[in-house]
Design a protein around this ligand. Structure first.
Ligand code: PHE
Length: 408
């Protein structure tokens, strides 16, 4: 009976081996269940013969297939042994002599080069990387911002003067002469040369009139505007001074054509120094001039600009600048800090600033500004501004800082 056979030790394996060798045959229709019958007179136990080979230390006569079959049945286990023969080489020696790496004039004159051993050249060695220049993280981030403005069709403004007159820094922006920002405490004034002398005087007259008497639909500030105050030289406190110069130049071109300007450059403030403030930093500024621009256009362009930086959630908060009305601070939600952080300041330039320049009625100018340092510190994970700028900067930080991509 087949069922009895199966209960024997190794019954299953034996049965299937005997079947495949055709040593037995099976009658399924036998009365009382399947029966197994002998089909040959005698069998040759090949497995035993193979195992005998192994026993006799002649396992190498087995083919790989045969060995694997025996391994599968756990009748055989295989171990690989590696053997090394170590012996003396042709240059074997018990004292170490250093090979020469350079042929010197002395060796040539004394003839000793004949006897010394030279080290062979290694032509596949990589060599030492030459020290090159390194761009500071601020400059890398600046390049990225410039790229964004250029993609958006903006033209770079001239910002090549750190020294500015109070006139362009404040007066042209309708910032009254008593304004606290014009105080010694906030602004660095120059001793030498203390005054600027070269101004477009007809424009200066219109600025004076707008401040002191009003005009262009404005009441003005009604105070005695003084040229001497406007002449005072200072270190520019914002790049909006450069924007004022650019807009004045634009106003002189007739007929008017729309313009998109940007700048990224250094500004100076008489600040109390701390972990996030220095007396100098960089501002990024964008300016668009065209007929009929509104707050909606400003919000739209801010959205486009900040989206290119990877900042998509914006909120606007009413603010005050002497030269913009309305003015808005721009906030974005910071995923890491889990709160809304200020990312910029913006507004629509006042007619009291634009009309004296000679820009046509109906042209409005929207603008925004932000610092270069803050996004750089966030991008490079720097918490103290003194690690980014100044004498405490670790040059290794500059060498190791990777390229910047403003898209995450
Ligand atoms: N000049 C502003 C500042 O220094 C920034 C700003 C630029 C605001 C343009 C409005 C428009 O913070």
């Amino acid at each position: 009976m087949q069922s009895e056979l199966m209960r024997l030790p190794s019954g299953k394996v034996g049965f299937s081996k005997a079947m495949s060798n055709k040593w037995i045959r099976v009658d399924k229709n036998a009365p009382g269940g399947t029966r197994v019958f002998r089909a040959v007179d005698s069998v040759e136990d090949l497995v035993q013969a193979k195992l005998q080979l192994v026993q006799d230390g002649e396992a190498e006569h087995l083919s790989e297939k045969e060995r694997n079959e025996l391994k599968k049945r756990k009748l055989l286990s295989e171990v690989t042994l590696k053997t090394y023969w170590v012996s003396k080489g042709s240059a074997f020696s018990t004292n170490i002599s250093k090979q020469e790496t350079e042929l010197s004039p002395e060796m040539i004159s004394s003839g000793s080069w004949r006897d010394v051993k030279f080290k062979a050249y290694n032509f596949s060695s990589k060599g030492v990387l030459p020290e090159g220049g390194h761009l500071h993280p601020l400059m890398k981030v600046r390049t990225q911002f410039r790229q964004i403005f250029l993609e958006m069709g903006f033209t770079e403004m001239l910002t090549d003067n750190f020294i500015e007159s109070s006139f362009w820094n404040f007066d042209a922006l309708f910032q009254p002469q008593q304004h606290p920002a014009r105080d010694q405490h906030d602004t660095f004034f120059l001793k030498d040369p203390a005054e600027a002398l070269d101004f477009p005087m007809d424009y200066v007259e219109r600025v004076k009139r707008t401040h002191s008497q009003g005009g262009y639909g404005s009441q003005g500030y009604k105070y005695d505007w003084k040229l001497e105050e406007a002449q005072k030289n200072l270190l520019r406190t914002h790049t909006t001074a450069a924007s004022a110069r650019a807009l004045y130049r634009l106003a002189q071109q007739k007929p008017f054509s729309p313009a998109k300007y940007f700048s990224i450059d250094r500004v100076f403030r008489n600040e109390t120094l701390d972990a996030t403030h220095l007396a100098e930093f960089h501002q990024i500024e964008g300016v668009v001039a065209d007929y009929g621009l509104t707050l909606g256009h400003l919000m739209g362009i801010l959205k486009e600009f900040f989206t290119k930086l990877g900042i998509t959630h914006l909120r606007f908060k009413p603010a005050y600048n002497p030269y913009t009305e309305p003015s808005m601070e721009v906030f974005s939600y910071h995923q890491g800090l889990k709160k809304w952080v200020e990312v910029g300041n913006s507004g629509v330039f006042r007619p009291e600033m634009l009309l004296p320049m000679g820009l046509p009625e109906g042209v409005s100018v929207i603008a925004w500004g932000l610092s270069l340092e803050r996004p750089t510190m966030i991008k490079y994970g720097i918490n103290n501004i003194r690690e980014l700028v100044g004498h405490r900067v670790n040059l290794q930080m500059v060498y190791d800082s990777p390229l910047c991509r403003l898209d995450t």
